[in-house]
Structure formats: C-alpha cells, structure tokens
Write a protein that binds this ligand. Structure first.
Ligand SMILES: Cc1ncc(COP(=O)(O)O)c(C=O)c1O
Length: 471
C-alpha cells in the first residue's frame, strides 16, 4: 500500500515552516506550481527518527534511506558505536580546540591518503569551509590569483563556494563580480555533449579548453594556481568522469605548474566503492577536500589534506573557524575509520554496487523514460527523459519525469534525492543490509514501471487536498 503523503503530522509541520523559514512566503504558490509540474505536494518528509537503513516520518511511515543525510551516513543512521564515541568525547572535553583527537585523526587520515602523499591536514567544520580553505591555501602557496573550476560542479554554499561552484548564471545573479577570479570550464558528461560530438571528442574538447583556450584567451597560465575538480560530479547529478578526463587534468596541472585539488567531500571515504573517488583514476592530487562521511553521520568534521610543502610552509594561508575539528567530530571520524577497517566497509560498498550495476544496467534499454544509469560504487544516478515530450507542451522539462519517479519511490517507501536536474540521485549507506538494498531496487524499478505506464507528469495531478500544501 502506497503512503498518502503528507500525513497529518507532517503536514502540520510543513505549515509551521511557512512563517519560519526561507521561501516561506512563496510556499503555497510554489506548492501549486510544483503540483502542476508533476511534483506531488509535498515530497518533503519530516523525520520522527532514524535508525540503521531506515527513517520514519512524523506519521510513522517507514522509508529505506537512499537519501543518507545528503550522503553523510556511511554506516547507516545513528550507528551506536559512533554515537557512543561522540558522547564520550563530549563528556570528556566539551568543546576545546586543544584536544588530542585532532592529532590522532590527522595521523589516521595521512595513512589512507592516495599514495600516502598528502600527509598534512587542516580541519574545518563543513565541506563548504574546507573548499574555501583549500582554494585560499592554493592561491597563497602559488602566489597567484585565479583558479579553474567546472560547470555543474557543487562545492558549497558559502560566498566563496557559491561563485566557485558551476551554478547557472541565474543562480549567481548579484554576485557576478565576486567570481572574477574563478574560470569556469566545461565538465564533460553525457547530457551536456554538444550535438554531433562523441563522448571521447567532448572529453578532448574539455581538455583542450583547459590547456589551450584558457591560457591563450582568458588568463595566462602563470596566473592560475589550481584546478578544482570533483572526481564524480556529485550534486550535479552523480556523473562519473572518464579516466581520460581526470588523468588529462593531472597531466595539464603538471605541465602548467598548477595544483590539482580534488573535492572528495561527497565522493570520499568509500562512497565510490574505493576509499577515494580519485583512486579509480590512478591519479594523486596535490590537495584533497574531505567532509560528509568523515562525520560518521553524526557530528560534522571536514578538512583539507595536502602535500607537505603546501600546508607545511605557507605562512599566508590561514583557516579554521572556532568549531573546526571539534573533539566530537574527530571522535566520530576516528570511530568511522576504525569501523571501516574492522568491517571492510569499503568492500561492502563495492559488493552492493555490483548488485546495483547488474540490476540497473539494462534499464535504459528496457524503459523508454530512462536515459542513463550509473553507479560508481554507491554514487548512483538514474537520468530520465520522455519519449514523447511534445504532448506536454512548452512547459515540459525532463526533470518532471525524474521527480515523478522519485515521488513514486517515496510513497512506496524509498527516500532518494531529486533536485532540479532530470536525475534521481541515491546514496545508500555503504554497509546497507543486502536484502534491504535489493528491496529498495525492486521499489525503484516498480516506480519506473508505473511512470513508464503513464503516470501523469504535468497538469492533471489530483487537486491538492485543502489545507495541505508544501513542495
Ligand atoms: C562535492 C561537494 N563539495 C562541497 C560540499 C559542501 O559541503 P557542506 O555542505 O558540508 O558544506 C558538498 C555538499 O554537498 C559537495 O557535494
């Protein structure tokens, strides 16, 4: 039996949010607009509790968690050992900067960095801060003013990371001048390939843009400090770059004396079925940004790892807000790494990924609405389209199909992510129970079948029940 969402308690909370939160004033209007676009209002759930592979909403509905706190729970929700370690750290240290756990965690991280070649670490609270810190460090180290980042990338929501991220021009409205030192290059993935180019040609074009077009026409090579790249375009749709692209970036950085900074906030710590996303590419970066999973799903912990000289001898670079590397955050990170090793968590993720890959591989052939599937480990994405877009008129966008499938998954008990892109993104815990994982895949495939058979996408959704709004 599919859930009827939102249940009354969830609905009440959503209503309360109208006067409390950002966008509250547009709430009703947006809900009606989303409904008209095929987005069952509201697709939000509000949690009553979370445990292991499941979450429950305020109305008692249970969901398999493929949303994963926006990919922050490598060990499932509220892992008891991580909780205990966090509680112990709170009890012992409260909050002080000068605690020993930051030394222990930095040592452990140095040990698992690619090729053990990024031995220094600086702590930050969030991925956003860590990316800003990495960029600042790179500029100061190189004594240069520009960096290169990519379209469709996401590096955070601070002032710096907003302009570094590859948002659309509309997203960065009113902030355009703040991005003056960021050069945006195209990131190759299958849905942005210009007509008539093969994927390989597009990768070559993107590499040519980096090594020839930018230095020749935009900024001289000797003014550029670094390329910042996600080895897996995470928030941009879980797109997986080719080996040629990532190795090409390493080569171009070497040839131009630029630093290669990889943002592993989302791809790091086992998400891709290896410890680091970059491990799939046989490339060692100069700097790496980590976050999310390092929290053990409980307590924020993030930072930047770098080659010895970049962090060790860089007097101008500074960073670290009050709560960077809290005792509890470091305890969560330490316990997470301990469990990773003890329980072979990364290997477990790779095993689950194999199940997903073999199950999903033929979905683009089997279902007309599925345009692409991809899994690099448990960085999983399904992109959607519609074989007959014309019937929906000018208002149509592929993201409506994705949202409808995501909603269909939700009402049948699987919670995943669909933002504005035509993709459902999924981040199961790395150690999810196999049976539960397969059950979720069954629900996902059934949701695709329902929408394929003609679930309404635009316009003719049932009216929003009175008093129930949201989006
Ligand atoms: C690749 C990447 N970098 C940075 C960030 C920002 O991290 P945070 O939200 O912890 O500030 C994110 C968040 O989703 C991310 O996916």
């Amino acid at each position: 039996m599919a859930y009827i969402l939102p249940g009354p308690k969830t609905s009440e909370r959503l209503h309360a949010g109208k006067t409390l939160f950002r966008h509250g004033l547009n709430y009703d209007e947006d809900a009606v607009a989303s409904a008209a676009r095929g987005f069952i209002p509201p697709a939000q759930i509000i949690l009553d509790r979370a445990e292991g592979d499941y979450v429950w909403d305020l109305d008692g509905n249970r969901y398999i968690d493929f949303q994963n706190g926006w990919a922050t729970n490598p060990l499932g929700n509220c892992h008891p050992e991580v909780l205990q370690s966090v509680q112990d750290a709170h009890q012992r240290y409260g909050y002080h900067w000068e605690h020993p756990l930051r030394f222990e965690l930095a040592e452990k991280l140095a040990d698992i960095m690619p090729g053990k070649q990024l031995p220094r670490f600086t702590f930050e609270v969030s991925g956003t801060e860590a990316v800003e810190s990495a960029v600042h460090t790179a500029l100061c180290y190189k004594k240069r003013r520009y960096i290169i980042s990519f379209t469709s990338s996401f590096h955070g929501a601070g002032m710096g990371t907003k302009v570094i991220s590859g948002y659309t021009s509309e997203h960065n409205l009113y902030m355009e001048p703040w991005g003056a030192a960021v050069i945006k290059a195209p990131y190759p993935y299958s849905q942005n390939i210009p007509a008539d180019m093969t994927p390989e040609q597009y990768v070559n074009y993107c590499l040519w843009y980096l090594e020839s077009h930018i230095p020749e026409y935009i900024v001289p090579a000797e003014n550029i400090a670094a390329i910042l790249v996600e080895p897996g375009l995470a928030e941009g749709g879980n797109w997986i770059p080719s080996v040629d692209f990532i190795q090409g970036i390493r080569r171009i950085c070497n040839e131009n004396d630029w630093l290669m900074i990889v943002d592993e906030v989302l791809t790091g710590l086992g998400r891709t079925g290896k410890m680091w996303g970059i491990d799939h590419y046989d490339v060692i970066p100069d700097m790496m940004v980590v976050g999310k999973n390092l929290s053990g799903g409980v307590e924020p912990c993030a930072g930047v790892a770098a080659r010895d000289e970049i962090l060790g001898d860089n007097p101008r670079a500074s960073a670290g807000s009050t709560f960077a590397g809290t005792p509890a955050g470091c305890a969560a990170g330490l316990k997470t790494l301990e469990i990773f090793k003890r329980d072979n968590v990364v290997e477990q993720a790779a095993e689950l990924a194999e199940i997903a890959q073999s199950r999903m591989a033929d979905w683009p052939k089997k279902y007309a609405i599925v345009s692409d599937v991809r899994c690099l480990g448990l960085l999983m994405g399904i992109s959607f389209t519609h074989p007959d877009k014309t019937q929906f008129g000018d208002d149509y966008d592929d993201s409506y199909v994705a949202r409808t499938v995501r909603n269909e998954m939700l009402v049948n008990g699987v919670w995943a992510i669909c933002d504005t892109e035509p993709t459902v993104r999924m981040y199961p815990a790395l150690n999810m129970d196999k049976q539960i994982f397969v059950e979720a895949l069954d629900i996902i495939e059934a949701a695709i079948q329902t929408v394929e058979k003609g679930a309404p996408l635009v316009g003719d959704y049932p009216a929003i029940p009175s008093g129930v709004t949201g989006f």
